[in-house]
Design a binder for this molecule. Structure first.
Ligand code: HEC
Ligand code: HEC
Ligand code: HEC
Ligand code: HEC
Ligand code: HEC
Ligand code: HEC
Ligand code: HEC
Ligand code: HEC
Ligand code: HEC
Ligand code: HEC
Length: 320
């Protein structure tokens, strides 16, 4: 009899515990919409195993990226979930022993536990070898041990480096010189979000110099500044040779991205004695003959307006 009561009490107690556990479970935070969606994602390595502990929207954002697409076998999210990037990570999911820290996942991309760059890149390259990264091997960034995830973030619903307005600040974290140049008065409209570094460079690697997208600098500039292409009846030799003889691509204190101000720019090649441009030299003092037009305002360009080349029959001096 007493034994019967004991059993009944135990059974009741057990039921009560179950009910409490159930209540706790239903009241548990955060298993809202995300977890429901996550649960429907697939069976093996269900991301909900991770999402049980990682329900921060900063983390669950990955479910809304191309990587989180359910049913696309290429993303592997259907079958491997979070583990397709972070590795199986079984030890991480277990309970840490008293006084011990939690074992990090097999692949960590940021922070003090970050895996070796080679490990991280290999993981991304498993799937992206052919598409984005066909120039990657041996490129400036690969050789300098830059990680894919130094530029790319996988969890925000839109990767900031793929967004015009947020790309340059990511590049500037390492390229301070180009940042300084872009803040000068004359610059390509990159910080304004009209253009990106990626309009001129392929950060993954390229056949051209300095990671530029085209084989030569002139081909690059002429894709957007076609009117400078010619052919002209009268060509100006340095223009045909390389735009960056006179212009700097990133920014300048001189107007029009010029490396120097005319007349000095022109006089790096053309003898100053040709048209004297010394405002205060002996032969330009009162009575001397420096036409102010050579130094003032547009200097040489006051007369030689067609500096990139001329199609006028008598444009041999680029004056028309
Ligand atoms: C039982 C709870 C739990 C589970 C399940 C879990 N994590 Fe974690 N995870 C944590 C905690 C707690 C931390 C913070 C650890 C710390 O700060 O030391 C963490 C940290 C991380 C970090 C950052 C590691 C670092 O050192 O910066 C990553 C990445 C991560 N988890 C991914 C995952 C993935 C992927 C899964 C599923 C395979 C997963 N976690 C499953 C509790 C969990
Ligand atoms: C299991 C395969 C797989 C792995 C691992 C993987 N990706 Fe992807 N990734 C894909 C697929 C599939 C797409 C969607 C199709 C596409 O754009 O090529 C994609 C898309 C992308 C995109 C374009 C996103 C967009 O918004 O358009 C970027 C950037 C990217 N991945 C970077 C990475 C980085 C960085 C890593 C390593 C942290 C990585 N991927 C790991 C398969 C993978
Ligand atoms: C130096 C910064 C940087 C690094 C490092 C980098 N990427 Fe990218 N990635 C970019 C930029 C910028 C774009 C956008 C290019 C564009 O708009 O033409 C991009 C685009 C992509 C895309 C989308 C391509 C498409 O056509 O939609 C994928 C996928 C990608 N990167 C994968 C990788 C992988 C994998 C690695 C490492 C092997 C990597 N990236 C390293 C900056 C980088
Ligand atoms: C495409 C590869 C990829 C997938 C899939 C992926 N992650 Fe990540 N994870 C990353 C990268 C890269 C980072 C570094 C931060 C970033 O890029 O946003 C990261 C960072 C983290 C962090 C640390 C965040 C922080 O701010 O400290 C956690 C936690 C995490 N991931 C958990 C998960 C969970 C949970 C899933 C599945 C729902 C998942 N990851 C799926 C690539 C991935
Ligand atoms: C209008 C095209 C264009 C844009 C936009 C552009 N670059 Fe460049 N970049 C070039 C050219 C051309 C060179 C080669 C320089 C030369 O030949 O003098 C170059 C060279 C570089 C170099 C090599 C060092 C140097 O200055 O010569 C780095 C690093 C660089 N660019 C980073 C960036 C970053 C970061 C951005 C975005 C903020 C960016 N570039 C935007 C065209 C561009
Ligand atoms: C994590 C740091 C880092 C980030 C972020 C980064 N770079 Fe670089 N970049 C480097 C390093 C290191 C090199 C190789 C050393 C050098 O030439 O300065 C390099 C080289 C380059 C070069 C070639 C320079 C040359 O002399 O040939 C260009 C162009 C360039 N980066 C553009 C970019 C662009 C565009 C972005 C943003 C999409 C970017 N980088 C983001 C670190 C970075
Ligand atoms: C992807 C397109 C693109 C490429 C490539 C490009 N530019 Fe530009 N360039 C622009 C745009 C857009 C402007 C701004 C036009 C405006 O403000 O009206 C501009 C403006 C200029 C200006 C005038 C700047 C000023 O302050 O008035 C010069 C000079 C110039 N570019 C030279 C070059 C040179 C040299 C190259 C090659 C290294 C080049 N561009 C490559 C798009 C491009
Ligand atoms: C010999 C020096 C020199 C070379 C080389 C040169 N430019 Fe210029 N460029 C100038 C000068 C000087 C100006 C300013 C013209 C003015 O203010 O009327 C200018 C202005 C510009 C402008 C802005 C004003 C306009 O006319 O649209 C663009 C864009 C431009 N150059 C593109 C190029 C391109 C593209 C190349 C290479 C094919 C190139 N430049 C080569 C000297 C040069
Ligand atoms: C990098 C050197 C270089 C720079 C800088 C340069 N030029 Fe030239 N320029 C040349 C060369 C080379 C020729 C062709 C000379 C020849 O055919 O004898 C030329 C030809 C000319 C001609 C036609 C003269 C002739 O004999 O046919 C004029 C005018 C001219 N340049 C003006 C300018 C002006 C103005 C500037 C500054 C905006 C300038 N140049 C900058 C190298 C340069
Ligand atoms: C006031 C107008 C004017 C200004 C300003 C001017 N030039 Fe000239 N330039 C001319 C004329 C006109 C000729 C043609 C002279 C001739 O054919 O004998 C000429 C000829 C030239 C020639 C060809 C000389 C030769 O021997 O065939 C060059 C090179 C030249 N200028 C460069 C420059 C440079 C560089 C500057 C700025 C320092 C400049 N010019 C400023 C009007 C000007």
């Amino acid at each position: 009899m007493t034994r019967g009561i004991l059993y009944a009490t135990l059974a009741l107690g057990f039921l009560a515990l179950c009910a409490m556990a159930g209540a706790i479970r239903t009241a548990a935070p955060a298993q809202a919409a995300e977890a429901v969606r996550a649960r429907s994602l697939g069976q093996a390595n269900d991301p909900k195993d991770c999402l049980n502990c990682h329900d921060d929207p900063k983390v669950t954002g990955v479910l809304h990226t191309p990587h989180g697409v359910k049913g696309d076998p290429a993303t592997a999210f259907t079958t491997e979930g979070c583990q397709s990037c972070h590795g199986a990570s079984e030890a991480h999911m277990g309970r840490p022993r008293d006084g011990e820290a939690r074992v990090p996942p097999e692949v960590v991309f940021t922070g003090p536990h970050a895996s070796a760059v080679a490990t991280r890149n290999k993981l991304c390259l498993n799937c992206h070898q052919t598409a984005a990264a066909d120039h990657w091997q041996g490129s400036a960034h690969a050789s300098a041990d830059v990680a894919c995830t130094s530029c790319h973030a996988s969890h925000p619903s839109k990767d900031p480096v793929l967004v015009k307005t947020s790309q340059a600040p990511i590049c500037f974290t390492c390229h301070a010189e180009q940042r300084a140049a872009n803040l000068r008065p004359s610059h390509h409209p990159v910080i304004e979000g009209v253009m990106t570094c990626g309009d001129c460079h392929n950060p993954h690697g390229s056949d051209g110099p300095n990671l530029i997208k085209t084989g030569t600098v002139n081909d690059l500039c002429l894709t957007c500044h076609d009117e400078k292409r010619g052919p002209f009846l009268w060509e100006h030799a340095p223009v045909q040779e390389q735009c960056t003889i006179c212009h700097t691509p990133h920014g300048s204190v001189q107007a029009r991205l010029l490396k120097q101000r005319p007349p000095y720019l022109c006089q790096t090649c053309h003898e100053e004695t040709l048209h004297n441009s010394q405002p205060m030299s002996g032969n330009t003092l009162p009575g001397g003959a420096t036409p102010s037009r050579i130094i003032a305002l547009r200097a040489c360009l006051n007369c030689h307006t067609e500096i990139h080349g001329s199609n006028h029959p008598s444009g041999i001096r680029f004056a028309r």
